[in-house]
Each structure stands twice: as C-alpha cells, then as structure tokens.
Design a protein around this ligand. Structure first.
Ligand code: ZN
Length: 280
C-alpha cells in the first residue's frame, strides 16, 4: 500500500453521559476494513487498533451539531427555527471548532467522531420543531474540516463515503433533480441539459456532462497519475420517478430524448456507476 492512514475514533456522549454512541470498537474496525477494500485501487490502507485507537470524551460540544440558545423556542412555525449556533459551510460553528481543536490533538491521524449530533429539525407530520439526532446532516465531512463526523451507530459503508470527502472526493452526481421534465417549479433533466449546453457552448451531444459532479483528475504525487472520470449521474430519484429501480442491475440505464427549440432531437442514456461509493 502506498498510503497508510491511522484512524482515531472518538465516542462523544453528552457531558452528563446521555446520548452515548453504541458503535463498538470492533464495528469501527469492520467499517475501516471495508474502507480499505473500497480504496484499494488508490492504495490507501486504514489502520485501527480497537484496543488503543478509541476514546470516549463526554462533551456537549462534541456530541451536538449545534448548541441551542438559552431562549431557543421550539413552538414556532416552520420558518422560525429555534435559535441554534449554525454556520454556513465553510465556517466553523462552536461544535466544529471544538472538533477541530480535539482532532488536532492527534497529529498524523484521521479523527472520526461518533455522536448523536443533536440539532433542531422540522417534523412535517407533527408540524413542530424537534431536537433530534443527526438533525442537520446525519454523518458529514468535507475537504476542509480536519475530521469526519459519523452518527452513533455502526457506520458501515457510510464511513468510506465520508472518508472520501475528507480525502477531497466529491459526489459523482450533478445537480439534484427528480424528474425528466419540469415539475412544480423544479427544473427537470431536459431543461438542465438545454441550459447547460447554452451556457457552456459545448456541442449538444455532450449534454449529459450537466450531470457530472466530479471530473477526471490528475495528481502529481507520488507520481503523475490520473483517475478517470465517473459516468454522469442524475441521482436515484429520476430513475425511481421514471419507473426504474436504481438498485436493480437490469434497470441501470435510463434512455430519453431532448428536443431543442430548433426541432433537433438528441438521444441520451444515463448509466451511472452503481458501485461507486461517492454516489447515493
Ligand atoms: Zn456525501
């Protein structure tokens, strides 16, 4: 293996011991074995000793995903969320600042926090705000924060996906879209392809690139090598709404035509890589 990454797991209940994550050190090791399989072609190996690479740190800041203001009001309507310390990416809120401070206590290691991540979320069924686990994003990570945050349960392949973001991988899919045609004010695949061609000036037969979240990438270290691009991917919703099961091997292709204002019709087919962990 060209790269070995040692992982430090931090289990973060609340300061009073409540909201304790229930993932076990052995389950973290299993998820990291999966990650080593997933990243095998990139020659990245994850090392983790369940006896010494996991620690429990009770802390409200590490456990929650945002700290409620003293006057946080959960009785308001949908457009008046309870006051909570939320910052737009890439800013750090107080929780992420504390995660960053703690992660930097482990130089050379990839630090993964396991926590409930409580935060306010609107409940459509009860029409009330609630303080719930994973309230903002469930698990999350990105190419700037020096840590990965997982939920309280065994992470499975989600850990590979989040480590992918930590290693600067982006989602393979493009803009969020649910149908081929426009519906209820949301643009569909056909509109987005026509707009993409108009804005990019590319030939019409390259319209699927509107749904290419990542691109091929070349890196100069340790030797110059390139990673080929993944196929364009509109995400699973379009497949479902067009009557296909995005998880069935024989229903992995979505064919459709796009007509331009001058009458020309171009045929396209989505055939995303269903094994890639950086899609949904
Ligand atoms: Zn993601």
């Amino acid at each position: 293996m060209a790269y070995t990454v040692r992982v430090q797991a931090i289990l973060a209940p609340m300061s009073d011991g409540s909201d304790a994550p229930w993932v076990t050190p052995e389950e973290i090791r299993e998820a990291l074995r999966l990650a080593t399989d997933v990243f095998r072609l990139a020659e990245v190996e994850f090392l983790f000793d369940p006896a010494s690479d996991v620690v429990t740190m009770p802390s409200d800041l590490l456990s929650r995903d945002c700290i409620l203001a003293p006057d946080a009001d959960f009785s308001g309507p949908k457009d008046v969320p309870p006051a909570c310390d939320i910052k737009p990416f890439p800013e750090y809120n107080s929780n992420d600042n504390e995660r960053k401070r703690v992660a930097e206590l482990y130089p050379g290691k990839l630090v993964v926090f396991f926590a409930f991540g409580r935060a306010p979320r609107w409940n459509e069924a009860t029409q009330h705000w609630e303080d719930v686990p994973g309230g903002i994003a469930g698990s999350f990570s990105n190419h700037l924060f020096p840590f990965v945050r997982c939920g309280p349960s065994p992470p499975g392949l989600v850990l590979s996906h989040e480590i992918g973001h930590y290693l600067h991988l982006v989602h393979t899919f493009g803009p969020g879209v649910s149908h081929l045609d426009d519906i209820r004010g949301e643009k569909g695949v056909r509109s987005l392809i026509r707009e993409f061609i108009q804005n990019s000036g590319l030939p019409r037969n390259r319209g699927l690139e509107a749904f290419d979240g990542d691109l091929s990438i070349c890196v100069a270290y340790p030797t110059i090598h390139c990673i080929t691009d993944t196929p364009p991917d509109p995400g699973p919703d379009v497949f479902k709404n067009e009557g296909l099961n995005p998880c069935a091997a024989d229903q992995g292709t979505l064919r459709f035509d796009v007509q331009w204002p001058d009458g020309e019709v171009v045929s396209f087919a989505f055939q995303p890589d269903r094994e890639n962990i950086m899609n949904y």
